[in-house]
Write a protein that binds this ligand. Structure first.
Ligand code: ADP
Ligand code: MG
Length: 253
């Protein structure tokens, strides 16, 4: 049996009194596309953020390439990663693309893309810039390297968000509603780019409301409701079983 590249088991996340994730498990094998669906507030972003430990789960287990990332509690009882080296190693392997792009507004496009490779991977500026240029070509943004984010359209900003994630050459890419903030005419190009990236055999974990795209691209789909998985499987988008998921899908189309 192959080892999953990422495996989350029984993840719980509380914010104060609020239980936002109530025992969610997710497995992704290398090269797979796993899609997370659910209404607003169901816990999709929190789950993605737990996978790269931007949020520390209150309970449960995260394993990366078969290795458990040890979690513990600090003196106040807040969840924490026991070993910072493990956290750094995980972050080198997982990159995230955000709905609101999260680019540095005071840095140029090139500087945005080389930031993590120079700081986290300790690459020289020259090497990082050469690699960034190739990636920017791939996302068709190499003509804009000296511009600032404010000079770009939403679709262009998201191309940079994707380029920045790819610049870390991560094993796993997380996408949190990457097209939700875009004008409709920009959506197709970004989805096409994501389809191209999926073909390169990268593991992708994706939150989206683009159901037709999700049908084409997903190897596995999870439907979250109120912090729990209400339905999951390979073919649930074409054969939804539960009333809840059927209802969710019928309201999207
Ligand atoms: P989704 O991405 O599915 O819309 P989220 O994961 O963003 O849902 O949020 C799920 C619930 O958790 C929401 O009720 C939200 O208000 C709450 N939540 C998310 N992040 C935090 C936080 N940092 N502090 C407190 N509550 C939060
Ligand atoms: Mg969200």
């Amino acid at each position: 049996m192959k080892t999953p590249i990422i495996q989350a088991t029984n993840i719980e996340k509380n914010f104060g009194q609020d239980a936002v994730l109530k025992g969610v498990s997710l497995t992704a094998y290398e090269g797979q596309v796993v899609t997370i669906l659910g209404s607003s507030g169901s816990g999709k972003s929190t789950l993605l953020r737990c996978l790269n430990l931007l949020e520390i789960p209150s309970a449960g287990k995260i394993e990366f390439a078969g290795k458990n990332i040890a979690l513990s509690k600090d003196k106040k009882g807040n969840a924490m990663v026991s070993n910072q080296q493990e956290l750094i190693a995980l972050r080198k392997n997982i990159s995230m693309v955000f709905q609101q792009f999260n680019l540095w507004s005071h840095k140029t496009i090139m500087e945005n893309v080389i930031e993590a490779p120079t700081i986290v991977l300790k690459k020289s500026r020259a090497e990082a810039s050469d690699e960034a240029y190739e990636i920017l070509k791939k996302v068709d943004m190499h003509q804009h390297i000296k511009k600032y984010p404010s000079q770009l359209s939403g679709g262009q900003k998201q191309r940079i968000g994707i380029a920045r994630a790819l610049a870390m050459n991560p094993k796993v890419l997380l996408f949190d509603e990457p097209t939700s903030a875009l004008d409709p005419e920009m959506v197709y190009g970004i989805l096409q780019l994501m389809g191209d990236i999926a073909k390169e055999n990268r593991t992708m974990i994706l939150v989206t409301h683009e159901i037709e795209f999700a049908k084409k691209i997903s190897d596995y789909v999870l439907f979250l409701k109120d912090g729990k998985i209400a339905e999951e499987g390979e073919n649930i988008l074409t054969q939804p079983q539960s009333k809840e998921f059927q209802h969710f899908l019928s309201h999207l189309i």
